[in-house]
Design a protein around this ligand. Sequence first.
Ligand code: ZN
Length: 132
Amino acid sequence: MVETIYVNTTKRTQFIDITTKVEEVVKKHNIDDGICVVYVPHTTAGVTINENADPSVPEDILKILNQIIPWQADYKHLEGNSPAHIKASLIGSSVTVIVENNRLVLGTWQAIFFCEFDGPRNRKVWVKCIKG
Ligand code: ZN
């Protein structure tokens, strides 16, 4: 069964820590041992794992992504949000996390971030946990 996490973003580009919400799904499904797939079904958003201890880390990642992929350029896509599509492809649409004892097995400083690239929008994230 696929669970849906809802994320309401407030900025054009933004990282939002969704680790706790993903872990709630793991606990709900009582996954002693398995894997958890976190999937973003959008073309202008993504998901990544990185440091949440220092909020400067996601800020710096966004800063550099916005520098190397500027909002204004000679893009062809008529919707006008090509940089958001490009960032989404670079970051990726899914992450897979190991689950043990009903907990996500992440490194000490790691968190799962929803990555908004064309906000603000109401977004969703699909989570599928598999035992075994
Ligand atoms: Zn578009």
